[in-house]
Design a protein around this ligand. Structure first.
Ligand code: 5GP
Ligand code: ZN
Length: 114
Protein backbone atom coordinates (compact mmCIF):
# COMPACT_ATOMS: atom_id res chain seq x y z
CA UNK A 1 0.00 0.00 0.00
CA UNK A 2 1.20 3.49 -0.80
CA UNK A 3 1.57 5.65 2.29
CA UNK A 4 -1.51 7.88 2.58
CA UNK A 5 -2.75 6.82 -0.85
CA UNK A 6 -6.44 7.63 -1.24
CA UNK A 7 -7.14 4.78 -3.62
CA UNK A 8 -5.26 2.22 -1.50
CA UNK A 9 -7.52 3.30 1.36
CA UNK A 10 -10.59 2.72 -0.84
CA UNK A 11 -9.24 -0.74 -1.76
CA UNK A 12 -8.71 -1.51 1.94
CA UNK A 13 -12.15 -0.13 2.89
CA UNK A 14 -10.54 2.54 5.06
CA UNK A 15 -12.45 5.12 3.00
CA UNK A 16 -15.96 4.64 1.61
CA UNK A 17 -16.57 4.39 -2.12
CA UNK A 18 -19.32 3.16 -4.40
CA UNK A 19 -17.48 0.00 -5.49
CA UNK A 20 -19.18 -1.72 -8.42
CA UNK A 21 -16.58 -4.35 -9.25
CA UNK A 22 -13.78 -6.17 -7.47
CA UNK A 23 -11.63 -9.20 -8.20
CA UNK A 24 -8.15 -10.35 -7.13
CA UNK A 25 -6.41 -7.62 -9.10
CA UNK A 26 -8.81 -4.76 -9.82
CA UNK A 27 -11.41 -2.51 -8.19
CA UNK A 28 -13.87 -0.22 -9.98
CA UNK A 29 -15.89 2.55 -8.34
CA UNK A 30 -17.81 5.69 -9.19
CA UNK A 31 -15.82 8.92 -9.37
CA UNK A 32 -16.69 11.24 -6.48
CA UNK A 33 -16.93 14.20 -8.87
CA UNK A 34 -18.48 12.77 -12.03
CA UNK A 35 -17.79 14.60 -15.29
CA UNK A 36 -20.37 12.55 -17.22
CA UNK A 37 -23.45 10.46 -16.36
CA UNK A 38 -21.14 7.44 -16.19
CA UNK A 39 -17.75 8.27 -14.66
CA UNK A 40 -15.97 5.37 -13.10
CA UNK A 41 -12.41 4.66 -12.09
CA UNK A 42 -10.86 1.25 -12.68
CA UNK A 43 -7.72 0.68 -10.63
CA UNK A 44 -5.21 -2.08 -9.85
CA UNK A 45 -5.09 -3.28 -6.25
CA UNK A 46 -1.31 -3.03 -6.48
CA UNK A 47 -0.10 0.47 -5.67
CA UNK A 48 1.57 1.91 -8.77
CA UNK A 49 1.83 5.70 -8.64
CA UNK A 50 1.82 6.68 -12.31
CA UNK A 51 1.96 5.23 -15.79
CA UNK A 52 5.67 6.09 -15.68
CA UNK A 53 6.07 3.47 -12.96
CA UNK A 54 4.65 0.61 -15.00
CA UNK A 55 7.27 -2.03 -15.81
CA UNK A 56 7.40 -5.27 -17.76
CA UNK A 57 6.07 -6.93 -14.59
CA UNK A 58 2.76 -5.14 -15.27
CA UNK A 59 2.63 -6.00 -18.97
CA UNK A 60 -0.91 -7.45 -18.64
CA UNK A 61 -2.33 -4.74 -16.40
CA UNK A 62 -3.36 -2.07 -18.94
CA UNK A 63 -5.21 -4.68 -20.95
CA UNK A 64 -7.06 -5.90 -17.88
CA UNK A 65 -8.09 -2.35 -16.98
CA UNK A 66 -9.38 -1.75 -20.51
CA UNK A 67 -11.24 -5.06 -20.72
CA UNK A 68 -12.91 -4.35 -17.37
CA UNK A 69 -13.87 -0.86 -18.54
CA UNK A 70 -15.33 -2.42 -21.68
CA UNK A 71 -17.42 -4.83 -19.61
CA UNK A 72 -18.67 -2.06 -17.31
CA UNK A 73 -19.54 0.13 -20.32
CA UNK A 74 -21.61 -2.73 -21.68
CA UNK A 75 -23.36 -3.22 -18.31
CA UNK A 76 -24.09 0.51 -18.14
CA UNK A 77 -25.60 0.44 -21.64
CA UNK A 78 -23.10 2.90 -23.15
CA UNK A 79 -21.04 0.50 -25.24
CA UNK A 80 -22.82 1.32 -28.48
CA UNK A 81 -23.35 5.04 -27.92
CA UNK A 82 -19.70 5.33 -26.94
CA UNK A 83 -17.37 6.26 -24.14
CA UNK A 84 -13.88 7.53 -23.41
CA UNK A 85 -11.02 5.87 -21.51
CA UNK A 86 -8.35 8.14 -20.05
CA UNK A 87 -5.21 7.68 -17.97
CA UNK A 88 -3.63 10.92 -16.79
CA UNK A 89 0.07 11.02 -15.94
CA UNK A 90 1.70 13.56 -13.64
CA UNK A 91 0.99 17.26 -13.33
CA UNK A 92 0.63 18.41 -16.90
CA UNK A 93 -1.36 15.29 -17.71
CA UNK A 94 -3.86 16.35 -15.06
CA UNK A 95 -3.15 13.55 -12.59
CA UNK A 96 -4.28 14.39 -9.05
CA UNK A 97 -4.37 10.95 -7.39
CA UNK A 98 -1.08 9.10 -7.62
CA UNK A 99 -2.34 5.55 -7.92
CA UNK A 100 -2.77 4.42 -11.52
CA UNK A 101 -6.39 4.59 -12.64
CA UNK A 102 -8.38 4.37 -15.85
CA UNK A 103 -11.28 6.81 -16.21
CA UNK A 104 -14.41 5.49 -17.94
CA UNK A 105 -16.59 8.39 -19.12
CA UNK A 106 -19.82 8.15 -21.07
CA UNK A 107 -23.53 8.76 -21.20
CA UNK A 108 -23.32 12.12 -22.97
CA UNK A 109 -21.63 13.60 -26.02
CA UNK A 110 -18.03 14.26 -25.00
CA UNK A 111 -16.09 17.17 -26.45
CA UNK A 112 -12.52 17.51 -27.58
CA UNK A 113 -9.58 16.67 -25.36
CA UNK A 114 -7.20 19.21 -23.99
P1 5GP B 1 -6.91 12.17 -11.96
O1 5GP B 1 -7.14 13.66 -11.99
O2 5GP B 1 -5.80 11.80 -11.01
O3 5GP B 1 -6.74 11.54 -13.30
O4 5GP B 1 -8.26 11.54 -11.41
C1 5GP B 1 -8.53 11.40 -10.05
C2 5GP B 1 -10.01 11.24 -9.93
O5 5GP B 1 -10.29 10.75 -8.63
C3 5GP B 1 -10.80 12.54 -10.09
O6 5GP B 1 -11.71 12.41 -11.18
C4 5GP B 1 -11.49 12.72 -8.74
O7 5GP B 1 -12.80 13.24 -8.86
C5 5GP B 1 -11.48 11.31 -8.18
N1 5GP B 1 -11.45 11.27 -6.73
C6 5GP B 1 -10.65 12.01 -5.91
N2 5GP B 1 -10.87 11.68 -4.63
C7 5GP B 1 -11.82 10.70 -4.64
C8 5GP B 1 -12.47 9.95 -3.59
O8 5GP B 1 -12.21 10.11 -2.40
N3 5GP B 1 -13.39 9.03 -3.98
C9 5GP B 1 -13.70 8.82 -5.30
N4 5GP B 1 -14.62 7.90 -5.55
N5 5GP B 1 -13.11 9.50 -6.30
C10 5GP B 1 -12.18 10.43 -5.97
ZN1 ZN C 1 -2.31 3.42 -3.85
Amino acid sequence: MGADCLFCKIINRELPADIVFEDDELVAFNDISPQAPTHMLIIPKKHIATVNDLTDAEIDLPGKLILRAKAIASEKGIAETGYRLIMNCNEQGGQTVFHVHLHLLGGRQLTHLG
